[in-house]
Write a protein that binds this ligand. Structure first.
Ligand code: ZN
Ligand code: ZN
Ligand code: ZN
Length: 247
């Protein structure tokens, strides 16, 4: 099995504004710099008639779960803002956050809110919103239900990005050399993680090791006795111990 970290936890998309339209995506990608690695750059465009017109807003995707405060291009510094994707409205039932392709709702008329397609509407002068029953089209930007949904989306994204600032931690990957055998009894999630975490190698304490080595200790003691019994008046030093011990 292969493990993946979800893209939302390693990538984050922000936008910068007032970027001259003559700068290509390629130039932006190669010249923009930030404290986090930039993995994608895309300029927003607007459809005007048959053409796509470049806008001054550019989206940047960073290899990070938080956004940097700013990015640099030549000598300019651009402030990075949260990217709030547009609110999705279904063109079948006119509710939000799903597309008509996957809609389970009933067909509604965007003009009168009746259960027919808007082209078959027999009351084109009686505007009644399918979401709030107000006197506007169901797709109107002035619809209070739509405005509320847009606000909710903005708040959620800001909240999520704040929550994102906490450190994301993953359990350590199991050691390839240590095969973790499946447990017969059911374990809780945290116990499972603990099991898959490689056991910490006990710290090697040299002092303890030496003190418990009887042979070495005996040899040292006899060396010291030998040195102390020597008739010369040379002081006992590290070197004299080492010399006598080695001999
Ligand atoms: Zn729908
Ligand atoms: Zn209708
Ligand atoms: Zn409405």
């Amino acid at each position: 099995m292969k493990a993946y970290i979800p893209a939302t936890q390693i990538e984050k998309t922000g936008i910068i504004r007032f970027v001259p339209v003559n700068i290509s995506n390629k130039d932006l990608y190669s010249k923009l710099s930030s404290i986090y690695e930039i993995i994608a750059v895309r300029r927003f465009t607007k459809k005007v008639g048959q053409d796509r017109v470049p806008l001054q807003t550019v989206s940047i995707t960073f290899l990070s779960h938080v956004l940097p405060d700013n990015v640099q291009y030549d000598l300019f510094s651009y402030r990075v803002f949260e990217y709030v994707p547009p609110l999705l409205q279904c063109f079948k039932c006119f509710k939000f956050n799903h597309a008509a392709k996957v809609c389970n709702g009933k067909q509604r008329c965007s003009i009168c809110s009746g259960d027919h397609f808007y082209k078959e509407c027999d009351r084109p002068n009686e505007l009644c919103c399918a979401n709030c029953s107000g006197p506007h089209l169901a797709i109107s930007k002035a619809c209070p239900v739509k405005l509320k949904k847009i606000m909710e989306k903005k708040t959620n994204i800001t909240y999520a990005s704040k929550a994102d600032t906490r450190k994301v931690e993953y359990p350590a990957l199991p050691d390839k050399n240590k095969i973790v055998r499946p447990e017969k009894t059911t374990k809780t999630q945290s116990q499972k993680i603990a099991l898959s975490t490689p056991a910490e190698t006990p710290k090697f304490d040299i002092k303890k090791e030496l003190l418990h080595n009887t042979d070495l200790m005996n040899a040292l003691v006899s060396t010291l006795i030998e040195l102390a019994n020597k008739t010369d008046s040379n002081p006992i030093t590290n070197n004299s111990i080492k010399d006598t011990y080695a001999y």
